[in-house]
Design a protein around this ligand. Sequence first.
Ligand SMILES: [Zn+2]
Length: 59
Amino acid sequence: MKTLKCDLCEVTAEGETFETWMQNLMPHYIETHADVMKTSTPEDQQKWMTENKARFENA
Ligand SMILES: [Zn+2]
């Protein structure tokens, strides 16, 4: 189980895998970073996935 911070603030989420971590972070993202989600393009989302997967794997 890994604990990793949100990429935009100090809130943490836990997960056994990157996919689980992302699922656990999602409610926080929707609540706190809804504006970011709303304005993100598919390219932004792809970039987010790549960057955060790397961050998770190096944690
Ligand atoms: Zn956050």
